[in-house]
Write a protein that binds this ligand. Sequence first.
Ligand code: KIV
Length: 257
Amino acid sequence: MIKKNLKYILSLKKNNVVITSVTSYDASFAKLADECGVDIILVGDSLGEVIKGAKNTHSVTVDEICYHTKNVSKGIKQAYLISDMPKNSFSTKRQALANAIKITKKGLADMIKIESTPKQLEIVKHLIKNKIKVCGHIGIQPQKISNKKLYRKIGTTARETESLIRDALMLQDSGVKLIVAECIDSGCAEKIRNILKIPLIGIGSGRKCDGQIRVIYDIFNISFNGRPGFMKDQESHKNPLKDFLMSYLKSMKNNTN
Ligand code: KIV
């Protein structure tokens, strides 16, 4: 099986083929997603919530990202592997580069994702200059928000739309190769996607992005902090893993398994 590279992922936008992406944090779920043919696996700092049981992503460390990325890489034969730069891991050029090298060399990630602000563009450029492949993240940036109740749709006004377009173009011009768009109004996300040459991968941002990304535990509806609102009416399965486990435990109890 051939491993998907960046050239392949970029070709999907050109050919109007939707890019599929899910998070994984361990070898077994990564193997499952990989065998299903997913294009990108993200070791997201959502691991703070779904693995560590915290209320947000803020406590995740570079060592934890490296540990989970290395485990995930063992389950991958074909998917492209991206890992998050956790909060406070890219405050200076020097710190960002040292951590990005650690995540790509020790963790074996193909690319890092960074929730940078426009003021941190020099840091992003520094990583790219030093041969680190970078994915941007616009819209809601969970590293900046401690209470999930404060999440809202961004890009519902002309002013916000302009500012998001500006941010996305600045990232593209800096050499970023992919952008994740979180909780962006679907019309605004469509505008950004049409302006960008690089793929825009949405979560909670409507269907008109070049690709979609989901937290894998949200798909199975087993996330520690519950499923995000935008998924509630999208997926038909209520809780497939729970149903399976309940019936398995029942057969254990009855000695019939
Ligand atoms: O950490 C994560 O899982 C993410 C997704 C929400 C895109 O960044």
